[in-house]
Design a protein around this ligand. Sequence first.
Ligand SMILES: Nc1ncnc2c1ncn2[C@@H]1O[C@H](COP(=O)(O)OP(=O)(O)OP(=O)(O)O)[C@@H](O)[C@H]1O
Ligand SMILES: O=P(O)(O)OC[C@H]1O[C@H](OP(=O)(O)OP(=O)(O)O)[C@H](O)[C@@H]1O
Ligand SMILES: [Mg+2]
Length: 406
Amino acid sequence: MSILLPANLQQCPSPSLSPSTPLFSPCPSTAFSFGRTRLRCLRLVTSCVASVQSTVANGSVPAPAVVVEREQIRLGLPSKGRMAADSIDLLKDCQIFVKQVNPRQYVAQIPQLPNTEVWFQRPKDIVRKLLSGDLDLGIVGLDTLSEYGQENEDLIIVHEALNFGDCHLSIAIPNYGIYENINSLKELAEMPQWSEERPLRVATGFTYLGPKFMEENGIKHVTFSTADGALEAAPAMGIADCILDLVSSGTTLKENNLKEIEGGVVLESQAALVASRRALTERKGALNTVHEILERLEAHLKADGQFTVVANMRGNSAQEVAERVLSQPSLSGLQGPTISPVYCKQEGKVSIDYYAIVICVPKKALYESVKQLRAVGGSGVLISPLTYIFDEETPRWGQLLRKLKI
Ligand SMILES: Nc1ncnc2c1ncn2[C@@H]1O[C@H](COP(=O)(O)OP(=O)(O)OP(=O)(O)O)[C@@H](O)[C@H]1O
Ligand SMILES: O=P(O)(O)OC[C@H]1O[C@H](OP(=O)(O)OP(=O)(O)O)[C@H](O)[C@@H]1O
Ligand SMILES: [Mg+2]
């Protein structure tokens, strides 16, 4: 891999960091950090057209020619950061227990999957190691996958919505000064301030996706600087005009007087299960392992959004009760209501006056469903959590086989 810098990289004087530094300093400072090389106070002057080439900072690794033989399937999990605990917790919820003796131990076993070992790595390294063949499966954010995977065909998304790590990658600009009335990417691009000599300066850790997005949106006069964190400070420091970073609650933007703009969202992200195509097609046992993990994930995630609702309903027959229940839009359950007779003994005689109905209801629609049940004569409504829903086959399994062309 090589560091790809525009040929016409020029040096500029050190910046003034005084509070009076204008937002539009004519010769601003940027710091490009590529691996261990830190090039300070360099300014890209003519290469304002976004470059989509690989860099050392995020360069994708070509898949190896052969799959190296080994006994174990390797699953990469985030070793630190906000995704680490959530990944382990999700697997635990699927009855997959990762046995990590202490947090500094970077390899762990899973008793439920004896042919699989866990390797804890930084999210970006999980993507790199999937590409190099050192990992077979991994859990990472879709943002990290896109940034470091760079659409490499060896990377396959097995489950794209693991229900944690929700955030989006978005452009944010100051909400003051010359940006006060700028509310869209188009308006930002059309500001007269940007030229070949004075491009729009974007601070971002996403040095692949950032330039690609700008190029796709036809924004020509743009240049990028990068840093490892706290990017939201860059505009106020006079280092950049805008930032491209992850947003979740929006608090960090708000606290730094920044705002998002229409058309400025590069991607929506959450945690995903990713695999190496080579591993799935060529490594013995990998496909079986991914099938089991996928089934467990789907069963848990599907159930996680639902409640089981049990209610008694007076009626003359199961058919008649079913017709009443199905007249309500929120009561059809996953396939339809299960209806069973409730046998009561009165004065020595067994009779059926009630039917018990069981349905699954989306958590979001809970109260609406209770109201609808009452409206058709339901009483004694019991609600309990659902733990797993195993379908006949998970739809994502079929999709995976199609992606693998098997
Ligand atoms: N504010 C956020 N809210 C929710 N998820 C986020 C947020 N920021 C990042 N993420 C998700 O979590 C992943 C890991 O982010 P995290 O901040 O833990 O590590 P990192 O940014 O890679 O490393 P570091 O911040 O230590 O340099 C991101 O790739 C993204 O998918
Ligand atoms: O919208 P919010 O909920 O405020 O979250 C957004 C912030 O979270 C991430 O930073 P992180 O906490 O990972 O710190 P970092 O800059 O050191 O990576 C991201 O880079 C934003 O700065
Ligand atoms: Mg972070």
